[in-house]
Design a binder for this molecule. Structure first.
Ligand code: GUN
Ligand code: ZN
Length: 444
């Protein structure tokens, strides 16, 4: 058993924040060795738990002045794009062609894949991110490298083979099973099934069927991905949707019979629970209702949307429709691994909300700091179908947490010291903090 004492942040079942200025977190390993939350709450109410025969000899790690909070959950990030961050381009499609596809081609090399996997997981951890739904590349070696690296540090991580059998360069398109054959789609799906069998449910790892986006996937590949998703209902599905206007026009050309971009995925059986679509900027209310009714989620990627000029996610419409959504870095279209940067960009996005994309500006939302935080922890976990497992400090949850230092920088120390409420404290972190404020990250 382990005991930690500091201020504590967690969320109740309605998503409202609970803050103990002096709190206790008690954890113990389960049969598989994963540390789980036993109890979590105010020190005066729980201190007696340290007086029982089972807790005799347990020393309390005490961090006065620090804040224990749930580890952050990144609902969409690309591990092979660590070295693409900050590559300027005239929007999504030239950015993919000129920077991203060339960088991803290098992941056929297992040595490169392994090295970048380590850097990637180090960055997540340094920034307090304890769970990620990540893209790998179209090379099975890239998937094996990331799973193996996450397994070695007992991290909860979901990834999968990138499906892209058309409209991508040689060396990155899924290849056929042998030179000269015409079975790239079938082969990529067989490789996906093999990877599911090898990794899904092993320790804290999960598999995601990963059609990159509609333009890079043939009909046969999308159909096969949908069939695989039906065959393995507890496996995740991840992709991109309605990010950029040129991309959407391309999808309309490729699939003129579909009602919308999202409808293409629906027709191929790719909307269900545990399905996460990045961006979802240019959706209409029919799409949003479809997301809600199928239990699919949007990974809101605000730093990427601003960097690539893709548009502004409509938080108000998402809330109105009630579909699942959580925050994501989308590195390397996104500009930072830091959840504080992502929450800040989400706040700016809400402030800049438009009547409709390209319509008349109206005063935007002022998203509440605790809600932004929830969208990157418990709410993000809910979007992944992992509510109560990660993203919150509640009994039974896996003990993934961060220790935050409100005094990490002079300005942060000044501003947090003057905070008069929890919202002011959380907002000070969102606006002013970076990886220096993450004093420690605990995985299970
Ligand atoms: N759409 C298809 N691939 C990608 C990608 O790698 N990044 C982003 N932001 N959008 C995509
Ligand atoms: Zn992405």
């Amino acid at each position: 058993m382990k005991a930690y004492r500091a201020a504590l942040l967690r969320f109740d079942s309605a998503g409202q924040p609970v803050h103990d200025t002096d709190g206790l977190l008690l954890t113990a390993p389960d049969a598989s060795g994963t540390e789980r939350v036993l109890a979590c709450g105010a020190w005066p109410a729980l201190a007696h738990l340290l007086q029982t025969p089972e807790t005799q000899g347990v020393t309390v790690q005490h961090w006065p002045g620090k804040l224990i909070a749930p580890g952050f959950v990144d609902t969409h990030v690309h591990y092979p794009q660590v070295d693409v961050i900050g590559s300027p381009a005239d929007g999504l499609l030239p950015w993919l062609e000129n920077y991203t596809f060339p960088a991803e081609t290098r992941f056929a090399d297992p040595v490169h894949a392994k090295a970048v996997a380590t850097v990637f997981l180090d960055e997540l951890q340094r920034n307090g991110v304890t769970t990620a739904l990540a893209f790998a590349t179209s090379h099975p070696t890239s998937v094996d490298a990331l799973f193996a690296a996450a397994q070695a540090r007992r991290m909860r991580l979901i990834t999968g083979l990138c499906l892209m059998d058309q409209n991508a360069p040689d060396g990155l398109r899924n290849p056929p099973s042998a030179p000269g054959r015409n079975d790239a789609a079938e082969h990529s799906l067989a490789q996906s099934a093999e990877l599911i069998d090898r990794w899904h449910g092993t320790d804290r790892l999960g598999y995601a069927i990963t059609p990159r986006f509609v333009p890079t996937c043939s009909d046969a590949q999308l159909r096969g991905a949908g069939e695989l998703a039906a065959r393995y209902p507890d496996v995740w599905v991840q992709s991109h949707v309605a990010e950029n206007r040129d991309e959407i026009a391309w999808v309309r050309q490729l699939h003129p019979q579909a009602r919308s971009y999202l409808d293409v995925y629906h027709r191929f059986g790719l909307l269900r629970e545990r399905t996460v679509y990045a961006h979802g900027i240019h959706l209409d209310d029919t799409d949003r209702a479809l997301l809600r009714d199928t239990g699919s989620a949007v990974a809101v990627s605000p730093t990427s949307n601003l960097f690539l000029g893709s548009g502004l996610f409509d938080f108000e419409a998402a809330q109105r429709s009630g579909h699942l959504h959580g925050l994501a870095s989308d590195v390397g279209g996104g500009t930072s691994f830091s959840p504080f940067e992502t929450m800040k960009a989400a706040y700016f996005t809400g402030r800049m909300a438009l009547e409709s994309q390209g319509g008349t500006p109206k005063p935007g939302l002022s998203l509440k700091p605790a809600h932004l935080w929830w969208l990157h922890t418990a709410g993000a976990a809910q979007s992944l179908g992992l509510a109560g497992v990660v993203g919150n400090l509640v009994p039974g949850a896996e003990a993934d947490f961060v220790v935050l230092d409100p005094q990490a920088t002079p300005l942060l120390a000044r501003r947090t010291a003057a905070a008069r409420s929890l919202d002011e404290l959380l907002f000070a972190f969102i606006i002013l903090a970076d990886d220096r404020a993450v004093a420690d990250t605990f995985l299970a």
